[in-house]
Every structure is written in structure tokens, then in C-alpha cells.
Design a protein around this ligand. Structure first.
Ligand SMILES: [Zn+2]
Length: 133
């Protein structure tokens, strides 16, 4: 049993520092700032690298509820509707096509429906990777 579960949290990876690595060897340490699930795969954070980073060495996840991230560190936070709307606005602008127009009608509706879907996917704690400010 993980220390997080022993401490009464729902997710084994709550407040853990976790290593993610891509096939090219880029790695990033990410802190989970909340009691919520985290993705097994993220896109590599290194500019121009198009690989996926996998959560590796799960047995070495370091439970650290008192961790204080530094500015710029990667952290998982709960997705908010504002974050989801901002992300989907960019996504819709990049990917707008006849198929999406047929599905949603307008860009505005597409952004709203996709963002709502993102919020519901792991509600109430949908993970979002961001940098600590
Ligand atoms: Zn990479």
C-alpha cells in the first residue's frame, strides 16, 4: 500500500514526485499537487521532440506532500474550466475543418463542448500539466 493511501488519500500517486521519460531519453520530474489521478503518458516537454513520455520507475514515486515546487517546475493540478476553455480555443483554431463544423456548428460551440468534455473526463480531479508560478 502506498504511503498516500495510508495517509487517507484516494489516489496512490497523490502528492508524489514522478519521473516521466521519452524514447530519446529526455526526462522530467513532475509533482502531483493534489489527490487525483495522473496520466501514464504525456507529450515530451523538450522543444521539437515529438515522442511520448511515459511514467517510469513507478516504484520510485516519491510521496512528498510538503514539497514546495520552484517557479517553472512541472506540476499536475486540477483542470479548471478556464484552463480547458483556453486549451480548446487553441485546439479548435488549429484543427477547424468541415467535419468539426458538421459536428459542432460553430467554433464557439466546439470550444465549449470540448472543454466541458475535458472537465467531465476525470471529474472532479481531471489532471492538467502546467508549470508552477
Ligand atoms: Zn523527448
Amino acid at each position: 500500500m502506498s504511503q498516500a493511501i495510508k495517509d487517507g488519500y484516494k489516489q496512490a500517486e497523490a502528492f508524489c514526485l514522478m519521473m516521466y521519460r521519452c524514447k530519446k531519453g529526455h526526462q522530467v520530474l513532475i509533482w502531483n499537487s493534489r489527490d487525483g489521478v495522473t496520466p501514464f503518458i504525456i507529450s515530451c516537454r523538450i522543444h521539437d521532440c515529438r515522442e511520448e513520455c511515459q511514467h517510469v520507475n513507478l516504484e520510485n514515486d516519491y510521496y512528498c506532500p510538503a514539497h514546495k515546487p520552484s517557479t517553472g517546475d512541472y506540476v499536475f493540478v486540477d483542470l479548471t474550466i478556464d484552463m480547458a476553455l483556453a486549451y480548446r480555443l487553441q485546439y479548435v483554431e488549429r484543427n477547424w475543418c468541415d467535419e468539426m463544423k458538421g459536428m459542432f456548428g460553430t467554433k464557439k460551440k466546439a470550444v465549449e463542448r470540448l472543454a466541458k468534455g475535458d472537465m467531465e473526463s476525470f471529474a472532479p480531479h481531471t489532471p492538467h500539466l502546467t508549470r508552477w508560478k
